[in-house]
Design a protein around this ligand. Structure first.
Ligand code: ZN
Length: 276
């Protein structure tokens, strides 16, 4: 066993046929899960990966963590049956104030949401099927842009509600848009044992558990690239892409601000490729 094997955490959002940056088609998802199995790998939850790390000092070999952000209904409809076939698990990050909303309600509640979302019974179905549930906050804001009081509420209330309604322990958070700062990190570490970013790359054993790298499956639409990633042959490319994103963010910060409001800026990134 390789004690230094880094952990691959994949990010999915919706499993549907739309041509959106957050969509992976059901057919492609099925193919990707089949490839994991064909390579002798398992899809697991974050909790399983960290339980293994705590018990053995290394991440599980031959495993990839599957994460789903936002809590779309399509996870239950299209991802769960495939994962069940392969005996895989995953971590699903839910936005507690949006549970059970249909597409129209979701659009009215948040400009970045336009799909049906899991309700509490459906979330319970995922839990019964062995999936882990994590928090994606109460209302999916950019946590860097909310007041200290709202930050506390977003992190604490979502965790408490998930734990009460689903009768489980919530250890993991995914930062909306992958955004955080020192204050967000400090508050997160008081409520959660680990948190996922959108930074491209794998997680090492020494990685900060509140700044876990992931690889968004948007980047893996091409089958060859997906296979390369699983085989560990995409590391240089991931570093290069992340470097480009860092440069772009730096340039964005240096550029003069137009009339856009802070709130509008904060909502946009998740749907932009470079922030996935
Ligand atoms: Zn999100």
């Amino acid at each position: 066993m390789n004690n230094n094997n880094p952990l691959l955490v994949l990010t999915y959002h919706a499993i549907d046929d739309r041509s959106a940056v957050i969509s992976v088609s059901p057919e492609k998802f099925r193919w990707q899960m089949r490839q994991l199995t064909a390579l002798g790998m398992k899809g697991i939850s974050l909790a399983q990966a960290f339980a293994h790390l705590e018990q053995t000092g290394c991440y599980p070999p031959d495993a990839a963590v599957l994460t789903f952000d936002d809590g779309y209904l399509s996870v239950l409809e299209h991802a769960l049956p495939v994962m069940a076939e392969h005996d895989f698990s995953a971590t699903v990050f839910l936005v507690t104030s949006m549970m059970g909303m249909n597409a129209v309600q979701a659009r009215a509640a948040h400009p970045d949401f336009d799909r049906g979302l899991l309700d509490w019974d459906q979330a319970e179905t995922l839990v019964r099927a062995g999936l882990e549930v994590g928090s994606h906050t109460v209302s999916h804001p950019d946590l860097r842009c909310v007041s200290p009081c709202a930050l506390e509420q977003e992190l604490e209330q979502s965790k408490t509600l998930l734990e009460q309604r689903l009768q489980l322990r919530v250890d993991a958070l995914a930062y909306p848009y992958g955004h955080f700062n020192a204050e967000v990190l400090a508050t997160t570490s008081r409520y959660y044992r680990r948190a996922c970013t959108t930074r491209l790359g794998r997680c090492g054993r020494q990685s900060d558990p509140w700044q876990l790298n992931r690889v968004d499956t948007y980047y893996l639409q091409h089958p060859k690239r997906f296979l390369k990633l699983l085989e560990g042959r995409l590391e240089g490319w991931l570093q290069f892409r992340q470097h480009l994103r860092d440069l772009k963010n730096l340039a964005g910060r240096a550029a003069p601000k137009g009339p856009t409001t802070k709130a509008t800026e904060a909502r946009k990134p998740e749907r932009k490729i470079d922030h996935l």
